[in-house]
Write a protein that binds this ligand. Structure first.
Ligand code: HC1
Length: 572
């Protein structure tokens, strides 16, 4: 520990802390812009400047280490003037169309300008107008709103994708893929981790809101919506609920008020995935491979695999992701039940993920020439639609999903957090192999938020080696070990985003300041496990509607119908 005095308060703080962390730990707020805890700590924006006795000039507190006896001033006239000057300079080159910006009221630059009492901008700025890159199916890049903080670059590097960097020099500096290309021409995996790291509106999702309104407004179209497991654990944040509040019932009610004809749950299809993928695992174990079986429900991860680890493509599960499965089931099984031709059905998926927008456009994601899913909106876009429709979300009653594809188990909901697919699969595979309803439901060995987790479970005397990676940076570490022959697993779960879908690129954006205090992933994960624990049925194969759909339609896991509707192939 070292003793520091900040703004007259003397305290002991851990050695190795930065001045920013030390100030924060004693309740003194220093404004920041480029700083993002654990991701970007580079002192580039000069907003967190402080005066340090004995140091030459003002120092960036986010990178300056504390030392014993240090005396710091975070709020002197000199500091305030420098901060204001620096933010004014940033604003002078910024597209200030705040009222129509997707980040209006959730923009860290806007908050800074307000907190620093900036009423006018003393500089003209360069005002170079850059073209907007909207060619990616997932992410729109608007360099006119970029503050060059590099948080997006750090997040992308953390994913080991390296799709973007700084190009050009001086006033012409711009964050973009190499040679100023479009994101669509880069190795971007569409995960959106850049987007949820951006303090402004320089990165946003490609909106499908209009497309969904058009479908809802068409009396000849039967519009069916499904919601991913992780959405319910985060949507409430857009309406002022604390992080980690479950709003499953209000979400279903809001979707009904928006005019969707049926409200189904992707969790049902997560149960269906377990039936198919669990049996695929058993088949591969019996036939000797290819092993490891690697999950394929995260489209960001699948793209990463194709781009960087094509030798593992044969290991990917042939199962389509749950929402794609549900799309196919809605347009066949459900369509037959309600007597509507599939061409008249429009399926909307509400996802915590920007890569799902790309996934639905993949040629592999069709069946009998039809698209599985017609539109994907993110959690944030759903919140915008609810606000646009003037629905008082907080006053809504809790309502249920519709039958028959709204019924799900605890196993389905835990898909939303890293380790969840593995745990759900184990709950079912263990019962199948042992031929009984086992008491084991919670597999605590696969839970947690560590980037890579390895374990083994013994089922009916057979040891199954398993591993879990979340975030493609961690997937890389794990796969490199497998490639080098340093590790062997039968079954691997990989999710493209750190923490899994709860932290997907389509989830509500939490400011850098809040992220200093709160483990967003842990709180949302807790909500997901709470929903699981509260379910009466917690194993996928016990879902009555899953049993029924196999009896009435699919016949058995890995059947011919399953093969046509629920499985796909990836080419190397
Ligand atoms: Fe996911 Fe999935 S859990 S991919 O991780 O398998 O996005 O939430 O919907 O499809 O079920 C995401 C979440 C989601 C699918 C499921």
């Amino acid at each position: 520990m070292v003793k520091v005095t900040i703004d007259g308060i003397t305290k002991e703080v851990p050695k190795g802390y930065t001045v920013l962390e030390a100030a924060h730990s004693i309740g003194i707020h220093i404004p920041t812009l480029c700083y993002l805890k654990d991701i970007n700590q580079i002192g580039a924006c000069r907003v967190c400047l402080v005066e340090i006795e004995g140091a030459k000039g003002l120092q960036a507190s986010c990178v300056y280490p504390v030392s014993d006896g240090m005396v710091v001033r975070t709020n002197s006239p000199k500091v305030r003037k420098a901060r204001k000057y620096n933010v004014e300079l940033i604003l002078s080159a910024h597209d200030r169309n705040c009222l129509t910006c997707v980040r209006n009221k959730n923009c860290e630059l806007q908050t800074l300008a307000d907190e620093l009492n900036i009423n006018e901008i003393s500089f003209d700025g360069e005002n170079i107008h850059y073209p907007i890159d909207d060619l990616s199916p997932s992410i729109v890049r608007d360099p006119n709103k970029c503050v060059l903080c590099r948080r997006c670059i750090a997040a992308c590097n953390e994913q080991t994708v390296y799709a973007i960097g700084i190009n050009n020099r001086g006033f012409k500096s711009v964050v973009s893929p190499v040679f100023g290309r479009s994101l669509n021409e880069s190795p971007c995996i569409n995960c959106g981790q850049c987007l949820i790291s951006c303090p402004t509106g320089a990165l946003r999702e490609k909106s499908s809101i209009e497309k969904v309104w058009n479908a809802l407004n068409d009396p000849d179209t039967h519009v069916v919506v499904q919601t991913a497991p992780a959405v319910r654990a985060a949507l409430g944040e857009e309406f002022g609920y604390p992080i980690g509040t479950l709003v499953t019932g209000k979400m279903a009610a809001a979707l009904r008020r928006l005019g969707f004809d049926r409200i189904f749950d992707t969790d049902f299809a997560a149960d269906l995935t377990i039936m198919e993928e669990g049996n695929e695992l058993l088949k591969r174990l019996k036939n000797g491979g290819p092993l490891p079986l690697i999950t394929s429900c995260s489209p960001g991860w699948v793209k990463f695999c194709e781009e960087y680890y094509p030798e593992f493509i044969e290991n990917l599960s042939s199962c389509k992701s749950p929402h794609m499965m549900l799309g196919a089931i809605i347009k066949t099984y459900y369509a037959q039940k309600v007597g509507i031709v599939p061409e008249k059905i429009f399926v909307v998926s509400v996802m915590p993920c920007t890569a799902k927008k790309y996934e639905i456009e993949r040629p592999e994601m069709t069946f009998y020439g039809m698209k599985n899913v017609d539109a994907v909106i993110t959690t944030r876009e759903l919140a915008r639609m609810i606000k646009e429709a003037n629905i008082n979300f907080n006053a809504l009653p809790d309502e249920d999903f519709d039958d028959p594809l709204g019924e799900s188990t605890g196993a389905g909901v835990i898909f939303g957090v890293t380790g969840g697919v593995m745990e759900a699969a184990l709950r079912t595979v263990a019962d199948i192999v042992e031929g009984k309803d086992l008491d084991t439901i919670d597999y605590n060995e696969v839970r947690g938020l560590d980037g890579v987790r390895e374990s083994s479970v013994t089922i009916d005397g057979m040891e199954i080696k398993i591993a879990i990676a979340n975030g493609t940076g961690n997937a890389r570490k794990l796969l490199d070990k497998v490639k080098a022959g340093e590790a062997f697993y039968h079954f691997i779960e990989i999710m493209g985003c750190p923490g899994g879908c709860i932290n997907g690129g389509g989830q509500p954006i939490v400011s850098s300041r809040v992220r200093m205090d709160v483990d967003v992933k842990a709180l949302r994960a807790k909500a997901i496990y709470a929903e699981d624990a509260g379910k009466t049925i917690r194993k996928s194969h016990k879902n009555p509607q899953i049993i029924k759909i196999y009896e009435e339609f699919l016949k058995e896991p890995l059947s011919e119908t399953s093969h046509h509707l629920l499985h796909t192939e990836y080419e190397s």
